[in-house]
Design a protein around this ligand. Structure first.
Ligand SMILES: C[S@@+](CC[C@H](N)C(=O)[O-])C[C@H]1O[C@@H](n2cnc3c(N)ncnc32)[C@H](O)[C@@H]1O
Length: 270
């Protein structure tokens, strides 16, 4: 067993990992990330602590699935791409998407998070990890600059300050000839309501960067392609797995734009 002692934003990745593990234990999983379940079973940590349960796990896995689909579609057209998976935590996206070895995939997170990944997950051709804050920009010099880049950041932007987020976007866009950014983000209301999020509250993490309009990122050289509200990505088959009370709450929040847009997923080309 791997004993871990993460706090604040690093600890939140154990909540999303647990959400994917709980989904994998269902007879009708949405994402079916069995590697997440295996990792949870090898980590000595009280996973109940962050308040993630079978219901809230559905929002974790539906977000992950929606982002997997966007990433997969772009990668199918760009087999020579580099992938930057920022704030990767313990996410096994590289195993779920299983890109060909012509794709060079970099998982980036703080050094202690990457150290845990390296103890629990196998190596694979075309795969590297980088232990660094995404805002210590020297890590970017290690990425080959001549390929199109897929940048995926799930559950990361809200932990950055607006100034760090803006600088990160500028540097990413400036580094590569072209690419796609896929990330989720919170509105400023989502940032103000952060204490309603049990994982954030219990990990004592702080959220900073709220984005009310995805076009805001266009000032960094990105062009918005599409944007999904939280109630869009948690649609259909996922809703059917929720208890009636959660289904009604989701339907009600879908009617109120400010609630529906508290959490969104965007894709931008550059
Ligand atoms: C909510 S978790 C999401 C983890 C993973 N993407 C997932 O979906 O399971 C937030 C992650 O962002 C990472 N993170 C936050 N700020 C960071 C920074 N400045 N540099 C690198 N990683 C950061 C944390 O360490 C953590 O792994």
């Amino acid at each position: 067993m791997e004993k871990v002692q993460f706090t604040e934003e690093r600890e939140t990745m154990l909540g999303t990992l647990y959400g994917r593990a709980l989904d994998a234990r269902r007879s009708d999983p949405v994402l079916g990330d069995t590697a997440a379940d295996e990792a949870v079973r090898r980590i000595d940590y009280d996973f109940a602590r962050l308040g993630v349960n079978q219901d809230t796990a559905m929002s974790v896995v539906s977000r992950a699935r929606a982002m997997d689909e966007l990433a997969c579609a772009w990668l199918a057209e760009h087999p020579d791409a580099v992938v930057l998976h920022l704030g990767c935590g313990m996410d096994t996206r590289v195993f779920r998407l299983d890109p060909p070895p012509t794709v060079h995939w970099f998982d980036v997170d703080y050094p202690d998070v990457i150290a845990l990944r390296e103890r629990l997950y196998p190596q694979r051709p075309g795969y590297s990890t980088i232990g660094s804050s995404v805002t210590d920009f020297t890590w970017l010099e290690r990425i080959p600059a001549e390929h199109p880049a897929l940048i995926v950041a799930e559950g990361l932007t809200m932990y950055l300050t607006p100034a760090d987020g803006a600088e990160l976007m500028r540097r990413l866009v400036g580094r590569f000839p072209s690419g796609l950014l896929v990330c989720d983000f919170f509105s400023t209301l989502g940032i103000r309501a952060q204490l309603l999020n049990p994982v954030v509250r219990r990990a004592n993490a702080k959220l900073h960067w709220g984005i009310d309009d995805p076009h805001e990122l266009e000032r960094y050289g990105l062009h918005l392609v599409s944007c999904l509200d939280a109630t869009d990505w948690a649609a259909g088959d996922v809703v059917a797995r929720l208890p009636v009370a959660s289904r009604l709450a989701l339907r009600a929040s879908a009617l109120i734009p400010a609630l529906r847009r508290m959490g969104r997923i965007g894709e931008w080309r550059f």
